[in-house]
Write a protein that binds this ligand. Structure first.
Ligand code: NAP
Ligand code: G4F
Length: 327
């Protein structure tokens, strides 16, 4: 589906995050009027959407605050709502479990309730996650795989997932979830392992550091590119009926393999520079994830375009160029 959707209006919560910035570009290219919910902070967090200044409508609000969500919907009058806002970092969810539940779980109920009251005709996308599968019950994971979350973040996302199903079934809202596996890009936050490795390798290659401390090198993830994944979000809201989809590449790689490719593309041997630091191990780990995106391929015509090697290379080379001041 490539046709323009001229005249449509979208509200993106989490527009200042990795996915929000790619989705805003994606929708602008398709002729949408794009509004983004932005929360107050003591310093600006608009770096990822600076290049879109003047092209997106900024609406102030916070998933903690019901009235701000109602106002955001009234001001932006969306046909489509993409709920990408969350406390999204797993280790922080162990340190701040109640805040994570407030934002990542109850915040979604607040948004659904605001939608029910003032925008019931809109379509809503909820950012569900492969972290809900946690201690996996089957491999690969698909839409019917039972959930077994392993962190307060995963628990909060399961709540939000079922809240979305419930508002669809109980109130007839067009609300659906994408169960997205890990997706990365040069805009990934620095605390996530992929950017930590890409940046760490680039700094070592530039002689700024000599080693990189990581946690569990055996963990395996199904890593795709964020630009591919926001396209799937959009496709889900173009369907006639709301349905949930697994979005994944179907391949799994370890943190160790990520290191090997990242350091390798800068001419370095990762084994010389990476050390394991127990501070980065988690109280409960998700050992391995790999998704089965068959439903998305068959019903949405979606498939990933960027390979694992190209993703690692793009992130690492962009970090190396950033350090040289050429990005
Ligand atoms: P991200 O970069 O961490 O962005 C999170 C966004 O949420 C930021 O814009 C942040 O705003 C906003 N936010 C946080 N707390 C908020 C609050 N109380 N009220 C309003 N906004 C708030 O996350 P991402 O990687 O783009 O992921 C987008 C969504 O997909 C998240 O819900 C994440 O849990 C989910 N997800 C991500 C992946 C992945 O691999 N990336 C996979 C599956 C699901 P500030 O800029 O102000 O902090
Ligand atoms: O990059 P991570 O922090 O991502 P994680 O925990 O898989 O969560 C991300 O993907 C989810 C989708 O499955 C999203 F829902 C979530 O919002 C987020 O975007 O860690 C990946 C793996 C973990 O097993 C972790 O233990 O890498 C391992 N790891 C090893 N050393 C590390 C490190 N993770 C981080 N962040 N830092 C390390 O030093």
């Amino acid at each position: 589906m490539t046709e323009k959707a001229g005249g449509k209006r979208a509200l993106i919560t989490g527009i200042t995050g990795q996915d929000g910035s790619y989705l805003a570009e994606h929708l602008l290219e398709r002729g949408y009027h794009v509004a983004g919910l932005v929360r107050r902070s003591s310093s600006s967090r608009l770096e990822r959407i600076e290049h879109l200044e003047g092209r997106v409508q900024i609406v102030r609000g916070d998933l903690h605050d019901q009235s701000s969500l109602v106002r955001a919907l009234v001001e932006s009058r969306p046909d489509e709502i993409y709920n990408l806002a969350a406390q999204s970092f797993v280790p922080t969810s162990f340190e701040e479990p109640v805040l994570t539940a407030e934002v990542t779980a109850v915040g979604v109920t607040r948004l659904l309730e605001a939608m029910r009251q003032v925008a019931p005709e809109a379509r809503m996308y909820q950012a569900s996650t492969s972290e809900m599968f946690g201690q996996v019950r089957e491999t690969p994971q698909r839409e019917s795989t039972p959930f077994h979350p392993r962190s307060p973040y995963g628990v909060a996302k399961v709540f939000a997932h079922w809240a979305t199903v419930n508002y669809r079934e109980a109130h007839g809202l067009f609300a659906c979830s994408g169960i997205l596996f890990n997706h990365e890009s040069p805009r990934r936050g620095p605390e996530f392992v992929t950017m930590k490795i890409a940046r760490g390798a680039a700094r070592i290659a530039a002689g700024l550091d000599t080693e990189l401390a990581l946690g569990n090198l055996d963990a395996r993830r199904d890593w795709g590119h964020a630009a591919d994944y926001v396209h799937a979000m959009w496709l889900m809201l173009q369907r006639e009926d709301p349905r949930d989809y697994v979005i994944a590449t179907g391949e799994t790689h370890s943190v160790r393999e990520f290191c090997e490719v990242a350091f390798g593309c800068l001419g370095l041997d990762w084994k010389t520079h990476v050390r394991v630091d127990p501070r980065f191990l988690r109280p409960a780990e998700v050992d391995q994830l790999v998704g089965d995106p068959s439903r998305a391929r068959e019903e949405l015509g979606w498939s990933p375009r960027v390979s694992f090697e190209d993703l690692v290379r793009e992130m690492t080379e962009t970090e190396a160029r950033r350090l040289r001041g050429s990005v």
